[in-house]
Design a protein around this ligand. Sequence first.
Ligand code: CP
Length: 298
Amino acid sequence: SSDFVSLDRLSVLEIEQLIERALELKHGQPSKTFANKTIANLFFENSTRTRCSFEMAEHRLGMHVLPFETTTSSVQKGETLLDTCKTLEALGVEALVIRHQETGYYHALMEQLTIPIINAGDGSGQHPSQSLLDLMTMYEVFGHIHGKTVVICGDLRHSRVARSNADVLQRLGATVIGSGPPEWFDETMGIAYVPIDEAIEQSDIIMLLRVQQERHNQAMELEETYHEQYGLTLDRMRRVRPEAIILHPAPVNRGIEIADELVEHTQSRIFEQMKNGVFARMAILERAFHPNSTEGAI
Ligand code: CP
């Protein structure tokens, strides 16, 4: 299938090929242009990085991007997601990038549409393009993931980034542990809980998650104590391994998940993740239009 909705639908080989392709693109390998392809980005939830990097990737691949805004569309008159997508398909749009608040929204679309669906985040479900850029950033630093220890720290229960990553990292041979507020831990993810101070000393990759104020009520109370109890403080940074890297999908709540001055620390790859996001999404888009080509469009 040329859909890209969840990494668990891709084999380890396919995931590694996408990572390799994204790194090739970053290192300047050319891509065929897709000037005859029309794509639309449907964001029903707010976004800066995912939306802008998909748009950047589409422009770099020479695609025509059909402007679509949920706020001025007939979604406001009650048109469903399915009818909106069927309409765009009927108009000639050849792939859809969608972020939507409903977990698993893509199942019905995949049954009823023939054009590729690219999931840019579904509720508390998956965020596979974020996972791919996270994996790309790890491969870029370490050359592989097998045998590395990754701690995912924060609001695991509500995080589609955590859900996407916990599974794929284990498939790629990493040891994944969870940390942060025990009440936000999610035992269904199949990873062990380790308190933050121990977790930081054990890990090669420290993946911090955003405290998602919009997804729960408790967050405001926790915010005041979160940094000291679970955040990457200046004090904890002294115990981070010298070769370890710090990741965060962003947006970052500076001073909560991570001390303000550590966001730009030499061991932080947070802005490199954003840069890599464009190349990861170029590789995803190439695959959407050339699903059987491991070499992208070349
Ligand atoms: N990391 C991420 O998905 O950021 P946006 O919500 O800004 O797209």
